[in-house]
Ligand binder design. Structure first.
Ligand SMILES: CC(C)(COP(=O)(O)OP(=O)(O)OC[C@H]1O[C@@H](n2cnc3c(N)ncnc32)[C@H](O)[C@@H]1OP(=O)(O)O)[C@@H](O)C(=O)NCCC(=O)NCCS
Length: 169
């Protein structure tokens, strides 16, 4: 088992985060961006980090191993009063490190953060084919709430997505 450090990124991590997210786009079809759709400037990535760090009900975490970032999770909350009790998650881990608990640690820390600020709900969408992710979310208490039909276009084939949510009780 490897021992990655899970921590909040600072603007100094922007170029490493770009490298990580670019790698994720090319390693898996389960991230939203296609490879040529993600090419931020350093300033844009710094802004991305700052927005998630500064938002009251948003957060961002990275996993670091030997000075390189190998995973990240972002939780996006809204400032609107009717939905600010909820945050949407997106996450990814470098393929060579799958199955070693990296995402479990990212999600567990995010659930602790949600509890600490009394967020009521975490949500995400996931491909029904993403068995690894679904197994992970289910193990951590996320439940399937529904299906978004034809939510994703993969090579001109419309595919459904599962909506999963975790409620702080
Ligand atoms: C989904 C993802 C974040 C999981 O990261 P990870 O660091 O490998 O996750 P963990 O090691 O913490 O846990 C993975 C779990 O899936 C299980 N698993 C592994 N292969 C599996 C498979 N083929 N089918 C079902 N479950 C599987 C593991 O057993 C593990 O559970 P366990 O700890 O109870 O054994 C990672 O695979 C990833 O980045 N995928 C591509 C991007 C992505 O899918 N992002 C999420 C979009 S919603």
């Amino acid at each position: 088992m490897i021992k990655a450090i899970t921590r909040k990124p600072s603007p100094l991590d922007a170029s490493a985060l770009i490298r990580l997210r670019k790698s994720l786009c090319s390693e898996t079809d389960f991230m939203l961006f296609e490879t040529d759709e993600y090419s931020p400037s350093l300033e844009q990535e710094i802004d991305f980090i700052n927005r998630f760090n500064q938002g009251k009900n948003s957060t961002i975490l990275v996993s670091e191993l030997d000075g390189e970032l190998i995973g990240f999770l972002a939780a996006a909350g809204s400032s609107l009063r009717k939905i600010r009790h909820s945050a949407s998650l997106f996450l990814g881990v470098r393929k060579q490190y799958w199955g070693q608990g990296i995402a479990t640690e990212l999600l567990t820390q995010t659930q602790q953060w949600a509890k600490s600020i009394e967020l009521k709900r975490l949500e995400l969408t996931v491909s029904p084919n993403n068995h690894r992710a679904i197994a992970l979310y289910s193990r951590l208490g996320f439940e399937t709430e529904g299906i978004k039909r034809c939510a994703i276009n993969i090579n001109n084939r419309f595919e459904d997505e599962k909506i999963m949510g975790w409620i702080l009780s």
